[in-house]
Design a protein around this ligand. Structure first.
Ligand code: FAD
Ligand code: SF4
Ligand code: SF4
Length: 397
């Protein structure tokens, strides 16, 4: 079999320094011969969101439309949940269900997704799944940097022509930049939002600092009720208010890539499935283009859906958060619990919560890049993120 005529370079050996240096999010591209394209493709060496939006969706986002400014190019948005949730999925398993349907109905021959290693439930192992059992074994978040694109060489070698890739923003940015070199007839991209990711060691520190029983955590999520919900092996749920996080200890826990990331809502996927724009208990779906609609239609009869809502006003809470984070404030737990309750009752909900979390992370990340990589600030921060950040007063230094 002949491999398509694209350029190749020698993949890096494991643990060698990456072209993006400390900003590398370990997306996996540099573990393959597609490293040849790294200067153009890496999200941390070449920010090109608007150009890639144009090629993926035939237009870039409309910065004058508040929903597009925040959530990217889209033609539909809704809250949804599976009528019969998949046991053990991160939420109700919409992502795994779409992937299974696409495979069974023959729309794709393989699905790039990420399982975990036998020894460690949080150690990511990217695969190209070709059975529904393999897709289902990849359910639930591995809340660590995952080299999903490390399987790209296998795609070409295996001769797959129709592929679904599931991934987070930085992985999808690099994928979109090299997709024409993969020899595919059709690529579908199913994205999840992503923020505050960590290395495996960082995850250990995060769990040890935050949970009462770090070893038994099965999964966790930063929820819309302003608490982290840890699910433990025995099924119990532990809730820790965001405002009680030991910010001073955790400041360095998030990976530098994720402190410099502005693609929270995965702007280049065809379809995005998260939770942040929906009310508590529901998932949030963003359909970016016709391909995304085609994917969603496959599972519509398995979902309950409802329109998205937007309530409250985030602005003051974001502004106060900027100062608190910058001064690394750790509130005593009882104050934190009280604040969480108050904000839960009167605070932002639905799309306004999504804007709250985007504003909070973009302002924090903008300051991080400004302080640690000032030479990158102008080109690395996309126009939409600059506009969002400009609504707030930031510290001068
Ligand atoms: P499932 O059916 O359980 O499937 C999960 C899928 O995620 C699997 O196919 C698996 O291949 C893939 N996956 C798991 N870990 C990774 C990884 N590290 N990198 C790439 N792919 C992975 N949503 C929000 O709204 N706000 C957030 O802040 C947010 N942060 C996230 C952070 C991370 C690191 C990840 C992976 C996801 C995040 N999400 C966030 C998405 C959300 O947590 C759910 O993954 C999403 O709603 C899908 O749930 P589900 O039950 O349909 O997925
Ligand atoms: Fe390579 Fe991906 Fe790291 Fe960029 S983020 S240096 S493309 S592995
Ligand atoms: Fe990648 Fe951004 Fe998620 Fe970090 S926060 S893993 S850089 S998408």
């Amino acid at each position: 079999m002949t491999i398509a005529a694209h350029k190749k370079a020698k993949a890096l050996k494991p643990n060698s320094p990456k072209p993006a240096k400390e900003l590398c999010s370990e997306c996996g591209l540099c573990d393959t011969y597609y490293i040849h394209y790294v200067k153009d493709a890496c999200a941390f060496l070449n920010q090109q969101m608007a150009e890639l939006e144009n090629s993926a969706h035939q237009r870039s986002r409309n910065l004058d439309d508040d929903n597009e400014l925040y959530f990217g190019v889209h033609q539909d948005m809704m809250a949804a949940r599976k009528k019969q949730p998949i046991e053990g999925a991160q939420w109700t398993g919409i992502v795994s269900t779409i992937a299974c349907e696409m495979l069974t109905r023959g729309l794709v021959e393989g699905v790039v997704c990420v399982q975990n290693s036998k020894e460690d439930r949080f150690q990511p192992v990217p695969i190209i799944a070709t059975t529904t059992d393999e897709i289902l074994a990849a359910k639930v978040n591995k809340p660590t940097l995952s080299p999903n694109l490390s399987v790209l060489e296998q795609i070409e070698k295996s001769g797959l022509k129709k592929l679904l890739v599931i991934g987070v923003g930085c992985q999808i940015q690099a994928l979109r930049a090299v997709q024409d070199q993969l020899g595919l007839e059709k690529l579908y991209v199913l994205g999840t939002p992503c923020v505050d990711n960590v290395s495996r060691e960082g995850l250990k520190k995060f769990l040890e600092t935050t949970s009462r029983s770090p070893e038994t955590v099965v999964h966790y999520e930063f929820m819309q009720d302003f608490r982290i919900h840890f699910k433990h092996e025995d099924g119990s749920i532990e809730k820790v208010p965001f405002f009680g996080l030991k910010t001073n200890v955790l400041k360095d826990v998030f990976a530098p890539s994720c402190m410099s990331c502005f693609d929270y809502t995965n702007g280049l996927a065809d379809l995005v499935v998260g939770y942040m724009g929906a009310t508590f208990g529901w998932q949030w779906i963003v359909v970016r283009n016709e391909t995304g609609q085609e994917m969603l239609d496959l599972v519509k009869d398995k979902l309950d859906t409802q329109p998205v809502i937007s309530k409250g006003n985030r602005k003051e809470a974001v502004q106060q958060g900027i100062t608190a984070y910058d001064q690394a404030v750790t509130l005593p737990m009882w104050v934190a619990k009280l604040m969480g309750l108050v904000i839960d009752k009167i605070g932002p909900q639905g799309l306004e919560y999504a804007r709250f979390t985007i504003d909070s992370h973009f302002t924090r990340n903008y300051l991080y890049v400004k302080r640690n990589h000032p030479e990158k600030l102008e080109n690395h921060v996309p126009e939409f993120a600059k506009k969002i950040v400009s609504q707030y007063k930031l510290p001068n230094n």
